[in-house]
Design a protein around this ligand. Structure first.
Ligand code: ZN
Ligand code: ZN
Length: 165
């Protein structure tokens, strides 16, 4: 959407609030039984936690929710790659399936505790923090092999074999 279109829509909403409200309601009425709509439009009028609780074991709902999560994850991962590079900084692995975010100072658990209150929570909070701060001194992209090898402050075997040469 271009800037002009957006400005036009804002103007339109101001001029015809009732028309816009009616059309939103019509849209809601015709989509409220569609699980995809119910999952992806949390800010819409009528969203309820009860609906979510009642449908969360429904297979269509589950699939839609997990697709929405996956899309979100892929979007965030791409943003990470754009900032920190799209290959392992140690071995150069470029298959994105193998890549993950490494906390250079080994403070991943501390950071998750600070951001979410739970050191065991998922990586998403750290991803968002890395994207927000763009701090190359704290974050880097490593493959799972190298990421695992440098845990507890160890040096990756790739680096050791380089030093021997
Ligand atoms: Zn690697
Ligand atoms: Zn390595």
């Amino acid at each position: 959407m271009t800037f002009d279109q957006r400005a036009y829509q804002v103007e339109y909403r101001k001029k015809y609030p009732d028309v816009v409200k009616q059309s939103n309601q019509r849209y809601y009425q015709s989509h409220k039984s569609d699980p995809h709509f119910m999952v992806t439009h949390r800010n819409r009028p009528g969203y309820s936690r009860d609906y979510w609780m009642a449908h969360k074991s429904d297979s269509h709902y589950k699939e839609t929710a997990s697709r929405a999560n996956r899309n979100y994850r892929e979007k965030k991962q791409q943003q990470l790659f754009d900032i920190f590079g799209d290959h392992c900084r140690c071995c150069g692995e470029s298959n994105k399936v193998f890549l993950t975010l490494n906390h250079i100072n080994g403070d991943g658990a501390d950071e998750r505790r600070r951001l979410t209150g739970n050191p065991q929570s998922g990586s998403m909070a750290s991803w968002r923090e890395a994207i927000r701060t763009k701090d190359h001194t704290r974050y880097e992209i490593l493959c799972y092999n190298c990421n695992n090898a440098v845990k507890d402050g160890r040096v990756c075997p790739h680096k050791l074999s380089q030093q021997k040469k």
